[in-house]
Design a protein around this ligand. Structure first.
Ligand SMILES: C[S@@+](CC[C@H](N)C(=O)[O-])C[C@H]1O[C@@H](n2cnc3c(N)ncnc32)[C@H](O)[C@@H]1O
Length: 248
């Protein structure tokens, strides 16, 4: 898996959602970066290239370490990146504040979004940048299908669509302000929360609608799903059955 991701990164660079997080981060010269659940840590590498001074990567799975070390050595960046294998939500107290904190496609891999985001927000000096699945019928259906497949394969890992309101409330309770939300295609959304500053190039509370044509059909699909959600039939935010068995 890590080898496959390394090959893909070498061939294609960052995916679009990650490129847009880099753009959202604005001027990172001199900044410190904490990447939570960073996998190989490619997003933070791009911020180092853009002038960030050092990076801490806290990743639950030890499976990335060998490939990540190879990539860092290849780029001559080993001395500027500290990698820890840990559950960030449990170990956050041991990690100092960093200017920029990244959670790229991580909230959807953790059952307790509030705890994870609160821990990340508390370690944020300037900006918390996240990518998470959009709350819509399509992503909920996708998450249900992925979880069914994982269950069939007897894998304890599950994916989640957490409500944005819960993510925002956790960040705001730690003193961050919501600065922007950006749709990133049909599945993902990026958001930035800041502490006592604004990010260059981002207008306050902007909400970029990157797929205007797609939105009418989305609204129709979501409207159909809404009565089911209210009755609890479509609630896949937490897959209660398997939480104790999650692994990465
Ligand atoms: C879908 S992957 C994304 C990896 C990377 N951010 C990227 O976009 O390429 C989610 C990652 O989050 C990690 N993760 C999930 N919960 C975590 C936690 N509580 N602490 C640290 N890492 C976590 C998983 O191990 C996994 O590597």
């Amino acid at each position: 898996m890590a080898r496959h991701e390394l090959r893909r990164y070498r061939q294609r660079g960052l995916p679009r959602t990650a490129r847009d997080l880099v753009e959202l981060a604005g001027d990172v010269r001199g900044a410190t970066v904490l990447e939570v659940g960073g996998g190989l840590g490619t997003l933070a590498l791009e911020l180092l290239a853009a002038g960030a001074t050092r990076v801490t990567n806290v990743e639950l799975s030890g499976g990335y370490e060998e490939a990540a070390a190879e990539l860092l050595a290849e780029r001559g960046l080993s001395g500027r990146v500290e990698r820890r294998v840990a559950d960030f939500a449990a170990d956050a107290e041991t990690i100092p504040r960093h200017d920029i904190v990244l959670l790229h496609r991580v909230v959807c891999c953790y059952p307790d979004a509030e705890r994870l985001v609160a821990a990340a927000a508390a370690r944020t000096a300037r900006a918390l940048l996240l990518t998470y699945p959009r709350e819509r019928a399509l992503t909920r259906a996708g998450v249900r299908a992925v979880n069914a497949w994982l269950r069939l394969r007897r894998c304890g890992f599950r994916t989640f669509v957490h409500p944005f309101a819960a993510i925002a409330a956790a960040a705001q309770a730690e003193g961050l302000a919501e600065e922007t939300r950006r749709r990133e295609g049909p599945l993902w959304e990026n958001a930035a929360f800041t502490r006592g500053t604004t990010l260059a190039g981002v207008s306050a509370s902007s909400y970029r609608e990157s797929e205007p044509q797609e939105r009418a059909s989305e609204r129709a699909a979501d409207a159909t799903a809404e009565p089911r959600r209210r009755r609890g039939e479509d609630d896949v935010t937490i897959d209660d059955e398997d939480q104790e068995g999650r692994s990465s």
